[in-house]
Design a protein around this ligand. Structure first.
Ligand code: G3H
Length: 547
């Protein structure tokens, strides 16, 4: 393939970072936020100990040259405060006898609604911090916030539905039963950097609404955006129900798990970290884990696929938020018959993507939040090059501080690191194939099993692929990129990519246990149950119908 030289990209990459004065007023950050508060047992405590500086993924030009924008700092709590947060959650749960776990479903819904109301008032602050902290484009940051609010509202609706179904007694083989969902206990919620708000809340909200008490620890990157929500957590929930702690994960999360007092672990991150946390629990069978882990979703582009569509979806799939999505397409298998034309169109489409600062209109590619990431991505590119691959797009792999211009690598073989490792960034490995067994074997042998995208238009070929592939992954996407949404669809995976299922409804099940009250159909039992229900004596035994 003949590559066209378009040398104008390099100078644009070199000058990607702005002068402080050129940042539009509405996106400028006020003074750095030096957060001293953390939330334990309904109190915002003040921290006077050591602190972690929070830097933006964005560099700005100052009189002394370029420097990474400091947007604030957060407390580095110690094991002592983490265990105090745990105690507060344990007391609020009180072995299932606390006010929160025994509250009526409608009561808990009111608290969550109150929280959502307070949260909406903080939208601008949260969105701006999200953008500055992790370099997500402004529209995508706003989308993350709105999607989270919609998730909360959908969760409430799903619980109302579930509760309506459960607000009745069943009669089976002479036994009267009422079956509901009961909470698990104390939940440790650890969210990810790429969706620090949305993905954290997709476990936090269902855990809370089902009656669990929570210790929330935000991720290392994507942490300050939680500050505007601390008062809402404090004011919307009873003391101890939500506790928010800060600090180094490796110091404060192991003691929580080792205490044996965590009943549910909600974690979005690497399988390695998840395994080591789980192993610390002294009674692992008592621990429910809900995990969203790494993935290496392949895109398979068959001959006769609609190439315009395939290119469009593969660009979205590989490069939305710079490829930093667990659902991103992280390797493309392209049939040899169409490889040349695919590469040409794909590279052209990438060259047309706007790159720059997250507030710039129409921007797609932005700086990366993890300062170490460009080095790692460069290593992957160099490894592939040393084994025979080429960077086939103009300026691919060019680095300017935290910005990494997408590198399209071709041809990729199984000897190269990027064939196996989850790059979680803008490096796109492309493997040519003649035999469909090549991508199928890749999936069979992979440690990951989240999703796949197949591009093609032949019903026979597609159906022959769908049947084996649904047993390799948990979602097969036809002629579209991989994605989590709509949030009402089950979101799960096989192998090292997930444990448990998260959709609006599945998450309610994930953070609860079916529990029933059963009684033989005798006159005494019938009379007693009727009296309990009629006189509203119990929150569990109840036929109240939430509208
Ligand atoms: O990082 C993983 C996210 O849950 C993916 O969500 O497919 O909607 O971007 P998304």
């Amino acid at each position: 393939m003949q590559l066209q030289e378009k040398p104008q990209l390099q100078p644009k990459i070199d000058s990607i970072f702005p002068d402080e004065s050129s940042i539009p007023t509405e996106f400028q950050l006020p003074d750095p936020i030096h957060q001293t508060e953390y939330l334990i047992d309904g109190l915002l405590r003040q921290w006077e100990g050591s602190r972690q500086e929070v830097s933006s993924s964005i560099y700005v030009k100052t009189a002394d040259g370029f420097s990474q924008k400091v947007i604030g700092s957060v407390p580095i709590l110690s094991e002592k405060e983490a265990l105090e947060a745990l105690d507060a959650a344990v007391v609020a749960y009180n072995n299932g006898r606390g006010h929160w776990p025994t509250m009526s479903v409608s009561g808990r819904i009111e608290h969550i609604q109150d929280f959502a109301y307070r949260m909406k008032e903080k939208k601008q602050e949260v969105v701006n911090l999200l953008m500055w902290e992790i370099g997500k484009s402004y529209p995508d940051s706003e989308k993350e916030f709105d999607r989270t609010i919609a998730y909360i509202e959908d969760t409430i609706d799903a619980l109302k539905n579930l509760d309506r179904t459960n607000s009745r007694f069943v009669l089976e083989q002479g036994i009267i039963g009422q079956i509901r969902r009961a909470p698990l206990g104390v939940t440790l919620c650890l969210g990810p950097t790429n969706y620090p708000l949305n993905e954290t809340f997709t476990t936090l909200i269902p855990a809370l609404i089902m009656g669990n008490t929570v210790i929330l620890k935000p991720p290392r990157l994507g942490v300050l955006l939680n500050r505007p929500l601390l008062e809402a957590f404090r004011d919307a929930f009873p003391p101890g129900v939500v506790n928010v702690i800060y600090g180094k994960g490796r110091d404060i999360t192991p003691p929580l798990m080792a205490s044996g007092k965590v009943d549910a672990l909600a974690f979005i991150g690497s399988s390695k970290a998840a395994s080591s946390l789980k192993k610390l629990h002294p009674k692992p069978h008592r621990l429910r884990s809900v995990l969203g882990l790494e993935a290496k979703n392949p895109g398979i582009i068959l001959p006769y696929a609609d190439l315009d569509l395939a290119v469009k979806e593969c660009v979205l799939g590989t490069l939305s938020y710079n490829g930093q999505r667990c659902t991103a397409l992280k390797i493309l298998f392209v049939h040899s018959q169409i490889i040349d034309v695919f590469l040409e169109r794909f590279c052209d489409a990438i060259a047309n993507l706007k790159f720059g600062m997250p507030w710039e209109k129409g921007v797609t590619l932005t700086p990366l939040p993890d300062i170490e990431k460009p080095k790692y991505l460069t290593e992957l590119v160099e490894d592939a090059k040393s084994l025979g691959a080429k960077v086939v797009n103009e300026a691919g792999g060019t680095v300017n501080k935290t910005f990494f211009y997408p590198a399209v690598l071709y041809p990729i073989t199984s000897q190269m690191r990027v064939y196996h490792e989850e790059q979680f960034g803008p490096v796109i490995p492309i493997v040519p194939f003649d035999d469909i067994e090549v991508p199928i074997q890749y999936m069979v042998e992979s440690d990951y099993g989240q999703q796949v995208s197949i591009f093609g238009n032949n019903a026979d070929t597609i159906s022959k692929l769908v049947d084996p592939l649904v047993n390799q992954v948990s979602r097969v996407n036809l002629n579209s990129q991989c994605q989590r949404g709509p949030d009402t669809f089950p979101f799960t995976a096989r192998k090292d990519s997930a444990e448990g299922t998260l959709s609006v409804t599945d998450a309610l099940y994930a953070f609860s246990l079916p529990t029933l009250v059963a009684a033989k159909q005798t006159d005494i039992n019938k009379g007693m149950l009727t009296q309990i229900v009629r006189e509203h004596k119990s929150n569990f035994l109840s036929t109240d119908f939430i509208l």
